[in-house]
Design a binder for this molecule. Structure first.
Ligand SMILES: Cc1cc2nc3c(=O)[nH]c(=O)nc-3n(C[C@H](O)[C@H](O)[C@H](O)COP(=O)(O)OP(=O)(O)OC[C@H]3O[C@@H](n4cnc5c(N)ncnc54)[C@H](O)[C@@H]3O)c2cc1C
Length: 291
């Protein structure tokens, strides 16, 4: 049973922002409700005012051009991202990631903004966005600010949204030439939350194939989606081979600080980080070579 609340369904961003400004900490946004209703039912959240933004069609879009990169409106559903031909062509890793996120029913209704703002460190999109160097546009009645995806998650289910702020857009730059990105998670069944997950992006120098840049982010390995910077350093400046990939996985597992739960101990998860970082980096490397 949910605690009582007052319900609003604004149809514009401006209307939503003025409601957020008016009700501040007492207000909570709901988009697809796939996570929000769970935490409300558990009484982890008991907002006095619920602002349902699902009807704001202006925040449901995917735009791409080579200069500006990719822009995804916060209310775009997982399924729309999965099936977008533009995303399949230019950011295939996003479409692949979405294909393994939850069930089709959840993907049909859950939004990308809701996923990011829920702040679950086991979520799939955040590590992929970190690997792709994404930024988030946050709007409030007093203006807008842009924050790195990497800085957005603060703790378990806590993100850097101020009172009165909402996420409006995810921005992803066009990757440098010779870049490959991949993401995989350890699942018991397809569509499960990952026991661990790894996203890796590798950029090679033209001509000699030396790794110019690498970004590695882990899912479910800390209280936030975790960037494995020491493991990145193992790859950067090297001609990557099997031994270097193994070392990157080992170093990433020392950066991981996972919790134990019914799906696996912390030790098991660290072992899986070794396997997944190596495996995913190998795929990213092959993609970078082919790009
Ligand atoms: C059965 C099931 C399986 C799942 N499996 C996976 C999985 O495998 N991988 C995975 O990553 N996720 C998984 N999820 C989580 C799912 O992806 C999220 O629940 C969903 O994307 C959240 O989007 P929503 O629109 O429903 O957000 P809501 O539930 O409406 O909101 C979630 C949170 O975000 C806030 N919020 C929403 N939109 C905004 C905004 N624009 N600005 C500011 N705050 C906002 C809300 O206030 C709330 O705190 C699963 C969920 C279910 C129910």
């Amino acid at each position: 049973m949910l605690a009582a609340f007052e319900y609003f369904a604004p149809k514009t961003v401006k209307e939503a922002l003025s409601l957020l400004a008016k009700y501040k900490e007492g207000a909570k946004i709901i988009a697809g409700g796939q996570s929000m209703l769970v935490v409300m039912r558990q009484r982890l959240l008991t907002p006095e005012y619920v602002i349902d933004i699902k009807g704001i069609t202006d925040l449901d879009y995917i735009k791409y051009d080579e200069k500006q990169g990719l822009k995804i409106g916060a209310l775009t559903t997982h399924r729309t991202i999965e099936q977008s031909l533009v995303i399949q062509k230019h950011f295939g890793v996003l479409s692949e990631m979405e294909g393994n996120l939850a069930t089709i029913q959840t993907r049909n209704w859950g939004t990308i903004g809701g996923n990011i703002c829920h702040g679950d460190p086991a979520g799939d999109p955040a590590p992929v966005f970190i690997a792709l160097n994404a930024k988030l546009k946050l709007a409030s009645s007093t203006g807008e600010r842009v924050i790195d995806m990497e800085e957005f998650s603060k703790d378990y289910l806590e993100v850097a949204l101020g009172p009165g702020e909402m996420l409006s857009e995810i921005q992803i730059p066009t990757p440098a030439p010779h870049t490959g990105t991949a993401y995989e998670k350890l699942m018991v069944m397809k569509g499960d939350m990952g026991i661990v997950g790894a996203a890796v992006s590798i950029t090679l120098k033209a001509g000699n194939g030396v790794c110019e840049n690498a970004r590695i982010a882990l899912a479910n390995c800390s209280s936030v989606p975790l960037r494995a910077k020491k493991a990145e350093k193992v790859l950067i400046g090297k001609t990557i081979n099997n031994a270097i990939l193994t070392e990157a996985g080992e170093v990433a597992s020392t950066e991981a600080d996972p919790l134990a739960d019914v799906h696996g101990s912390a030790e098991y998860r660290r072992e899986m980080v070794k396997v997944f970082v190596k495996r995913v980096a190998q795929i990213a490397l092959e993609r970078a070579r082919a790009a």
